[in-house]
Design a binder for this molecule. Structure first.
Ligand code: GDP
Ligand code: MN
Length: 390
């Protein structure tokens, strides 16, 4: 789960990480009042969307006075911000953060994330702050410093000190850098984060280290033990298909293709996407209906697939183990009738009660194409999607 910069900044503050004073606002008049309350300018007004690259896209503006802060907020609020990360459709900005602008002497990059290959939390830092880290990795990889954190020892003072040295920080700056790193690591572990990122981490006019941007992602599987964090969720920022799927307890990830997939089991669901690609098609989603899909779940899954206008064909790929194929078939028929499914359905059923399931489907009178096996199903789904698109 992602949160907004202003929410992440509040967590930083709670963990002793210095952030500029600021307030989230939803209207220009609020921006003016916020700036007035903050005191002397200049101010920075930032679009609050779950995406980086806001600066380049026009989502970060400066103001000298509270009145100007209101005008800048008026430009930002309601705009559709298109960044490298939002896709061409962009995001509508509903909130802005008004802060006292930090005076930037130097900019750094600092983050913590989980490195799956190393099986460790890693800290990544760079003297090329403000840049996108992917760009730095491509063009100047020598400017990126990485350190592995031992889960038993945690982030040690000497590791942070060494990192500070590699970044070229002064002795006084390193004295601030060490507790900053330790605080960030404590936040990362205690809140079950998957990413904590400060870009840029700024050395300001007074020589202090300040987080001028704040980004935190959380491990969804650990949210159950952080009700305070779960409350920060902003459904406006999430893929609506995924929000809907969560209601039915379905494991769904929206993709860009035109073949809707309904599969039981995550492994089979991934294999299904692969085999569709292998036959030249493109999946519209990943969807695992789970090992114990009920008729309601199947109906919910259908409604999500159908709400996706890109879907031209639906491929149902079920291996009945604990779940019986006849139950699935009844669920498919009932849902397809209720929801008046028009897209062709390619169905592959295998496993427990497969024959009974196939009979139910063939007698339903629905536009169902039976598949002999998974490859046959994928091939047919790809062909039908192509024909529907032609
Ligand atoms: P992002 O583009 O979404 O990562 O948004 P940021 O919050 O990082 O802002 C983009 C850029 O605006 C930063 O890299 C800074 O160069 C600049 N910026 C952001 N906040 C401040 C600030 O308080 N003072 C100054 N001088 N520049 C800022
Ligand atoms: Mn940034």
């Amino acid at each position: 789960m992602k949160i907004h910069e202003y929410q992440a900044a509040a967590l930083f503050k709670a963990y002793g990480v210095r952030v500029p004073e600021g307030r989230a606002v939803a209207a220009p008049a609020e921006a003016e009042a916020a700036a007035r309350a903050l005191g002397d300018g200049p101010f920075v007004i930032k679009a609050q969307v779950h995406s980086g690259g806001r600066g380049k896209a026009g989502g970060v503006k400066f103001a000298q006075t509270p009145a100007e802060a209101a005008r800048r907020a008026e430009e930002i609020l309601g705009m559709t911000l298109v960044t490298k990360q939002t896709g061409p459709q962009g995001r509508v900005v509903c909130k802005a953060l008004v802060s006292r602008a930090v005076q930037i002497a130097r900019e750094y990059y600092l983050s913590l994330t989980v490195d799956g290959a190393r099986e460790r939390v890693v800290m990544i830092a760079s003297s090329a702050g403000g840049m996108e880290i992917e760009e730095t990795a491509r063009e100047a990889p020598e400017k990126i410093c990485t350190l592995e954190i031992d889960p038993y020892l945690g982030l040690t003072g000497y590791q942070a000190r060494e990192m500070g040295g590699r970044l070229g920080l002064s002795r006084a700056e390193i004295q601030q850098f060490i507790p900053l790193c330790k605080n960030l690591y404590r936040l990362f572990v205690e809140k079950d984060c998957s990413l904590v990122e400060i870009n840029p981490l700024v050395v300001d006019g007074a020589g202090d280290l300040v987080a001028a941007d704040a980004k935190i992602n959380f491990d969804d599987n650990a949210l159950f033990r952080h009700p305070d964090i779960a409350e920060l969720r902003d459904e406006n920022e999430e893929e609506p298909r995924e929000t809907e799927a969560a209601k039915y307890d379905l494991n769904y990830i929206g993709l860009d293709g035109d073949i809707g997939c309904m599969v039981n089991g995550a492994g089979l669901a991934m294999a299904t996407m692969d085999i569709i690609q292998a036959f030249g098609g493109s999946p519209a989603n990943f969807l695992d209906v789970g090992g114990s899909a009920t008729a309601e779940k199947v109906a919910g899954a259908f409604s999500i697939l159908l709400a996706d206008r890109k879907v031209r064909c639906i491929f149902i790929n079920i291996f009945g183990g604990i779940m019986r194929c006849d139950i699935i078939a009844e669920g498919v028929v009932a849902a397809a009738r209720n929801l008046a499914v028009k897209a062709p359905l390619v169905v592959r059923l295998e496993g427990t009660n497969a024959e009974a399931g196939k009979r139910i489907l063939s007698q339903s009178g629905l536009n169902i194409v039976a598949a002999a096996d998974m490859a046959d199903g994928a091939e047919k789904a790809c062909r039908l999607a192509k024909e529907a698109g032609a």
